[in-house]
Design a protein around this ligand. Structure first.
Ligand SMILES: NC(=O)c1ccc[n+]([C@@H]2O[C@H](COP(=O)([O-])OP(=O)(O)OC[C@H]3O[C@@H](n4cnc5c(N)ncnc54)[C@H](OP(=O)(O)O)[C@@H]3O)[C@@H](O)[C@H]2O)c1
Length: 178
């Protein structure tokens, strides 16, 4: 039986694929943060330990926070901690089904996007019109496996450092099941 809960990556990347710099984001995009909040509220979110530690407020509220680390002693107050991506995504799916959510969100960073790609039904990608300096990159995607639909565009200004477009990318070929 196919799983009705979709595994979705949600990310923002520059034209050079940069997503992070020195443990933080390379930009401030107010309207993208609002999109992120609107999409993920009420659904489980899965993230790497470094992204968890980069959050200004932990856990992100009204969402089940799931953190991946290989450190078995790691404690993340207010989050569930896992050391295997398949186990984390299975738990996220089970929680989503129980809560009536249709999507779970993998929120980064690069290492966890990489682990999640074989499971990803969908990517919500914010394409930022900038080429910032950075030290973390979104993994490369096979272009022929994804169908893109533009969702919204925003100009620079009013809290957005750069202009950006949010795209939904749907996977077109069969996926790994957790
Ligand atoms: N632009 C965006 O959309 C976006 C989104 C999120 C984050 N970011 C940025 O990305 C950067 C962080 O990304 P990152 O790649 O450095 O780190 P990350 O993916 O957030 O976390 C990496 C950590 O996760 C754990 N981990 C990784 N793979 C694992 C696996 N398969 N199983 C179990 N645990 C695993 C390890 O933790 P341990 O070391 O504890 O074992 C690893 O050090 C920051 O700059 C952040 O601001 C950008």
């Amino acid at each position: 039986m196919s799983d009705t809960v979709k595994v979705c990556l949600i990310a923002a990347r520059g034209r050079n694929n940069v997503i992070g710099r020195e443990g933080d984001l390379p930009w401030r995009l107010k309207d993208d943060m609002a999109f992120f909040k609107k999409m993920t509220t009420g659904s489980p979110i899965v993230m790497g330990r470094r992204t968890w530690e980069s959050l200004p407020v932990r856990p992100l509220k009204n969402r089940e926070n799931i953190v991946l680390t290989r450190d078995w002693t790691y404690a993340a107050d207010g989050a569930r901690v896992y050391s295997s991506f398949p186990a984390a995504i299975n738990t996220a799916r089970a929680i989503a089904r129980r809560q009536g959510a249709h999507e779970v969100y993998v929120i980064g960073g690069a290492m966890i996007y990489e682990a999640a790609l074989p499971y990803a039904d969908r990517i919500y990608m914010t394409e930022v019109d900038a080429t910032p300096e950075g030290d973390v990159y979104f993994p490369s995607l096979a272009g022929d496996e994804w169908t893109s639909t533009a969702l919204e565009s925003h100009d620079a200004g009013n809290g957005n450092d750069f202009a950006f477009t949010i795209i939904r990318m749907d996977h077109t070929t069969p996926l790994a099941q957790g």
